[in-house]
Design a protein around this ligand. Sequence first.
Ligand code: FAD
Length: 432
Amino acid sequence: MSPPGRPKGEYRSAQREGGPIRPPQAGAIVVAGAGQAGGHAAVALRQHGYAGRVLLVGAEPHAPYERPPLSKAVLGGQAAPESTELFSAQKLRELDIEFRPGVAVRRLRLDARRVELSGGGSAAYDSLLLCTGGRPVVPLLPGAEGPGVYVLRTRDDALKLRAALGPGRRLLVVGGGWIGLEVAATARQAGCEVTVLEQAGRLCARSVPAGIAASLAALHAAQGVAVRTGVRLARIEHGPAAVLEDGERLAADAILLGVGLRPNDELARAAGIACEAGILVDAYCRTSAPGVYAAGDVAVMRLPRAGGAVRLESWQNAQDQGTAAARAALGAGEPYRPSGAVWSEQFDSMIQIVGFPAAGVREVLRPGAGGRGLLSIALDAEGRMAGGVAVDAGRDFRQLRVWYQDEAPLDEVRLRNAELPLAAARNEKERA
Ligand SMILES: Cc1cc2nc3c(=O)[nH]c(=O)nc-3n(C[C@H](O)[C@H](O)[C@H](O)COP(=O)(O)OP(=O)(O)OC[C@H]3O[C@@H](n4cnc5c(N)ncnc54)[C@H](O)[C@@H]3O)c2cc1C
């Protein structure tokens, strides 16, 4: 399915199109976490013909919902929080999925293949899918948990932050990554005075190359957002106010902390399952424990093209890996190949990413087709695409996706020549 909002049609799940499987017709599968990955995993179990018990346990009080609108239309007040629902409780009932909202898995008993649940009780499983996502990092700074300081992960977070925005209100955004920039754009559109504080030398440094970071900074500056890079926060005071390491004090009406995600991997760690910065999975979504799989923001994969072990914190990955984990639990033999696709919307701009642009060694910047938008193609040492970014250039983005999937060798000279069509940059010799 396509994500809410743009870009429509481009984000289909490849995993649904895997080969036929013969699922077991009895037994029990427990899905821990009823977010996007867990919701898709539970539904996929039924779509692939599994007839045993499916228990979906979710710590939040809501049916599975999508988070991208929380920093966009929901935060801006153009969409109701309920509009983000992915699968209603009724739909889950129709699929004979036992859904327990407001219940958390508290402990894994791997030897007995049981999970213990909050509020008492336990459940047996043949397979367990850990889709517990993550929570915002709260930096260890004085005042970081004080009044007027917000994080954004859940619907409830979005409603609280929304109530703090409005014309003339001063919002400080700590962290110039995707969440921080999306909130900055939405708040600015709501009439707030917005300042973004980023400790790195540029925006989104972990995910995009310098050219795109500069274009994001320009986009925000043009809309009146004050973007300050290379600044470090020392503490937050009542008010609230941010005090920088050099002593400068910035008063605000609200402060959003958007400094990263901490994976909810404690259950797995406590049970002795191998974890790095999240639960380690192989290409079949298997953890180090037999019968236990993980997917979504909590899962870490080793991906050489990404330069090592990574968590793919994206809508597309949550959907596809959740589905892949369900298929793997049912005995499907195909590996999960993440598409690496992510999008972000800021002001009227659509930013689409494929692969791992920050893992490239060189960045090629060129305008999109017809001179519209901007493309950034990050090349690896062999001249293949490590990743690409399209800003307001959706048509070209399709080409970048194909090149990334094909690991196509590119002719850098042709790629840099904006007079030539993008397609001409595929290495002719290799094509022949
Ligand atoms: C504000 C915001 C905007 C975003 N925008 C974009 C975007 O524009 N594009 C994009 O590609 N991605 C975006 N993302 C990222 C995307 O939404 C996430 O990658 C995706 O939600 C991950 O899904 P998940 O199921 O792994 O985790 P989650 O959606 O976090 O779901 C995990 C669930 O598990 C529950 N849980 C945790 N522990 C337990 C337990 N022990 N027992 C039971 N339940 C438990 C949690 O409460 C949660 O409900 C955005 C994320 C946020 C927060």
